[in-house]
Design a protein around this ligand. Structure first.
Ligand SMILES: [Zn+2]
Length: 412
């Protein structure tokens, strides 16, 4: 039999990545990352995106679907791969999927950052992006499916867990990179980072990227950590009485010890002058697992771990989940932080809890850094090529064992 392939597209707002896999083994044969995705904005002030200047004879509402088809043809050509060899296409999107494309229907989704001009009206009037119209014409017989990026990864991860003897339906992928998201084989709870946290002093209330307040992501993500730190630093500089009130509140809540106070912690913290003040600097100062870490940085990290543990324990309870595999730069670069989340989640699940005996497991994803690349392949693999799954799992586990954790790479 001639070689056949699965093609995946990782379609984020600001990047578009094509990957070609061998259908029978799951080996990666070609990759084409393009950091300037369709909605990439070289000049945010003008709010123009790449697609504003491309394919100008095509109406904007059809431009995404046409762009994906044109780019795919161009890249297959570049690789020297005949379109007839493609057995299925899986596309991960950064947004909510309205139609996944089952039965070769046109797949649609909507993202929080999608420019409205590029959307069409869905069956119930909601705006959505025509994603696969062009590809369906170009590939007239094969399955072409889309999935939320975290759900796709969670789906592929569940296959890896199944191979390890864990019920795949109880597993879930969490990514903590620039953002905080998640997804699993049940294709739900992908907006897990927007669960609200409580017990936050009103002076430390934080705005989330989604527009709302006090989501877990606003404190406990690559963008959240520095926001959280900056708020407390601002109180230190401009509102010392309020900072003292926050300290009292945190002592009452058990998040600070009786002899700790934020003013003293901040005064001696290198974070006060750290440039840039980002998640990397905060974790470096916290120096988890080693003596002598900065108390303020450790307070930020511990509070975020407690919030995240709370979110995961709650989600586990509601959805019957047991195992959380973590990815994303913040998690992968800080395995100690993952352990803290595991401990925080399990502190909330009582020993007598009959619904969740044994609590939850929070650990680094068995897919390691490969999670994002392999995710969208699961969309077609699981439904149409189930017999190849064991070979794919073997390949992924070999690759994950070989790969070293890349440092400093984060993903929303
Ligand atoms: Zn939010």
């Amino acid at each position: 039999m001639a070689d056949r392939y699965i093609l995946t597209l990782d379609f984020g707002g600001a990047e578009l990545k094509h990957v070609l896999f061998a259908l029978g083994t799951g080996e990666i044969l070609h990759e084409h990352p393009n950091p300037e995705g369709p909605f990439y904005r070289p000049d945010p002030a003008k709010s123009r995106c790449i697609l504003d200047g491309h394919l100008e004879d095509v109406p904007r509402k059809d431009r995404v679907s046409r762009h994906l088809a044109v780019e795919t043809t161009r890249i297959l050509n570049e690789w020297g791969v005949a379109p007839g060899r493609i057995a299925g296409i899986g596309i991960s999107v950064a947004g909510k999927v309205l139609c996944s494309g089952q039965g070769r229907r046109v797949a649609t989704f909507i993202g929080a950052q999608t420019p409205p001009a590029f959307t069409v009206a869905g069956p119930y009037g909601q705006r959505c992006v025509n994603t696969t119209g062009g590809l369906l014409k170009q590939f007239p017989r094969i399955p072409i499916l889309i999935g939320n990026d975290c759900n796709s990864t969670g789906d592929m991860q569940s296959l890896a867990y199944e191979a390890l003897g864990t019920d795949p339906a109880t597993t879930f992928f969490i990514t903590i990179g620039q953002g905080f998201g998640g997804g699993g084989p049940n294709m739900d709870v992908d907006e897990v980072g927007h669960v609200k946290v409580f017990g936050v002093h009103p002076a430390v209330r934080l705005r989330c990227g989604c527009g709302d307040w006090n989501c877990a992501e606003a404190f406990a993500s690559g963008t959240g950590f520095p926001k959280f730190a900056r708020r407390l630093l601002l109180l230190y500089r401009t509102r010392p009485a309020t900072l003292a009130a926050v300290s009292r509140y945190e002592r009452l809540g058990g998040r600070l010890a009786a002899d700790q106070d934020l003013k003293t912690m901040i005064r001696t913290s290198p974070l006060r002058t750290a440039r840039p003040l980002d998640a990397v600097a905060i974790f470096r100062c916290a120096s988890l697992g080693r003596p002598g870490g900065d108390a303020f940085a450790r307070y930020l990290v511990r509070t975020a771990a407690d919030m995240t543990g709370h979110v995961l324990a709650s989600v586990a309870n509601v959805h019957g989940l047991r195992v959380f595999g973590m990815g994303g730069g913040v998690a992968r670069n800080n395995p100690r932080y993952v352990k803290m989340i595991h401990a925080a989640g399990n502190r909330l699940i009582g020993k007598a809890n009959k619904l969740m005996p044994g609590g939850i497991t929070v650990e680094l994803s068995p897919l390691g850094a490969l999670a994002n690349d392999y995710g969208p392949a699961s969309l077609v693999l699981k439904q149409h090529f189930r017999r190849h799954v064991p070979a794919w799992i073997r390949t992924m586990r070999q690759l994950a064992a070989k790969a070293k954790t890349p440092r400093g790479k984060t993903r929303t």
